[in-house]
Ligand binder design. Structure first.
Ligand SMILES: *Cc1c(COP(=O)(O)O)cnc(C)c1O
Length: 433
């Protein structure tokens, strides 16, 4: 069962490691947390990935979110092709950027103005700088297990014991960056409340994934975000929703719409670029106008608002706007998959939790509900590794880490889901023994 043909992928990985650190350009791709060698992809179409050894997989990561319509969707590909003949970049304004911005402003609640960047990291890092410039304060609160990209202020973990200061969780991040990032547990409003208490008039912003997707899929508990917003406003801090994952995936209006809560600033990435490198951050005009060249907070990008990237993003968002049933379809498919997985796993004695929201879903091998990073860490990684590899060998590409959620794409069919559920039933013995 586990005889996946992977001669060529193995060789390509060896070659890659000679010239790229760890052989990859983003760590999770290297399969470190599940072991084994990564597969190298040759091409993809719709719901399917094809690797260099000729194996076909149903894709449950969709490039970590962007490809909500599946790979090589005609409307996105056409837009890219059409634009590419007109030139790839000018560094001079285009009407396309305004069209794209107007569409984001129309679809995203509470966003008057938006600035485009090239990644989710850039969006979050810029939103935090803007919040600091706007409030004239230095500190931010982030939550353990929430990921906001790899900029220094976010690579921080909780300090030890009673310490309220964060500590760098990567060499190269300085203690002076860390001291301005305060850490709380997700879904723990008391901790937030005491951080505000201990840092009066010093906190510029609270940033969070309103529905978390980087410690598995973890939902905010009743009133958590509403109370968070009240704390921010009582203390003159901004609330930043990192919707890089949830924006244009959970709904056209993202988590703001799903939760009926407006944030002060919102960051986007992933779906917004249709598979090209795009990020964005937006909010009320009074805040956004603090950005250069209108205001004093500097932020820039040679390739920001790149015409090909804008064309792809515009085609994607426009398609979603015109076909809002995509979100219902995705939600139904995700529920169908979850029901199927439940039915299989209930037959055995392994403890597990299945978390989901919209088209995001995660499976944790633990008997405790997964509500924050600590409970997510209790998942049994040995079960997860075997589960991952057994599914891969059966042609189902799941996220190669227990801390990531699946991202369904709408090209996945019910037949694909049946196949996936059936594959799980076939590999159960392998997982538990
Ligand atoms: C992926 C992600 C980011 C970082 O985006 P990149 O484009 O990888 O830089 C930030 N926040 C969240 C919630 C993400 O999922």
């Amino acid at each position: 069962m586990l005889n996946l043909l992977n001669e060529r992928s193995k060789k390509l990985f060896t070659d890659a490691k000679r010239v790229i650190p760890g052989g990859v350009n983003s760590p999770v791709r290297a399969f470190k947390s599940v072991g084994g060698d990564p597969v190298f992809i040759k091409e993809a179409k719709g719901a399917y990935l094809y690797d260099e050894d000729g194996n076909k997989y149903i894709d449950f990561i969709s490039s970590w979110g962007p490809l909500i319509l599946g790979h090589a969707h005609p409307s996105v590909i056409d837009a890219i092709n059409t634009q590419s003949y007109k030139g790839t970049s000018y560094g001079i304004p285009t009407e396309l950027e305004t069209k794209m911005a107007a569409l984001v402003v129309e679809l995203a609640p509470n966003v008057d103005k938006v600035r485009f960047v090239n990644s989710g990291t850039e969006a979050c890092m810029s939103a935090v700088r803007l919040a600091r410039g706007f409030t004239g304060r230095d500190k931010i609160i982030k939550f353990s297990g929430c990921y906001h990209g790899h900029a220094d202020p976010f690579l921080i973990q909780a300090g030890s014991g009673a310490s309220t200061f964060g500590m760098p969780n990567s060499p190269g991040v300085t203690p002076s960056s860390a001291k301005d990032t305060l850490i709380a547990d997700y879904n723990n409003i008391e901790q937030v409340s005491s951080l505000f208490e201990l840092n009066k008039n010093e906190i510029a912003a609270v940033i969070l994934e309103p529905i978390a997707g980087n410690m598995g899929c973890v939902l905010p508990q009743e009133n958590f975000i509403k109370e968070l917003k009240d704390h921010c406003h009582d203390n003159g801090a901004l609330l930043i929703f990192d919707e890089v994952m949830t924006g244009f995936r959970l709904a056209l209006g993202g988590a703001q719409e799903v939760l009926s809560i407006d944030a002060d600033l919102v960051t986007y990435g992933k779906v917004i670029g249709g598979g090209l490198p795009v990020g964005a951050f937006g909010g009320r005009a009074e805040i956004m106008d603090y950005l250069a060249p209108e205001g004093p907070v500097y932020q820039a990008g040679t390739l920001s608002g790149n015409p090909i990237a804008m064309s792809a993003g515009y085609a994607m968002l426009n398609h979603l706007k015109e076909n809002p049933n995509v979100f219902i379809s995705l939600k139904d498919k995700t529920t169908y998959l979850a029901n199927g997985i439940n039915k299989i796993l209930q037959q055995i004695s392994i403890p597990y939790q299945l978390n989901k929201m919209g088209s995001m879903i995660s499976l944790h091998f633990t008997d405790e509900p997964v509500v924050d990073f600590k409970t997510s860490q209790k998942g049994d990684n040995e079960y997860f590794k075997r589960y991952f590899h057994a599914m891969l060998a059966n042609g189902v590409y799941l996220p190669p880490s227990a801390y990531e959620s699946y991202f369904l794409n709408d090209a996945i069919t019910y037949e694909d889901l049946d196949y996936t559920i059936h594959s799980l039933s076939k590999v159960l013995d392998f997982i538990i023994n």
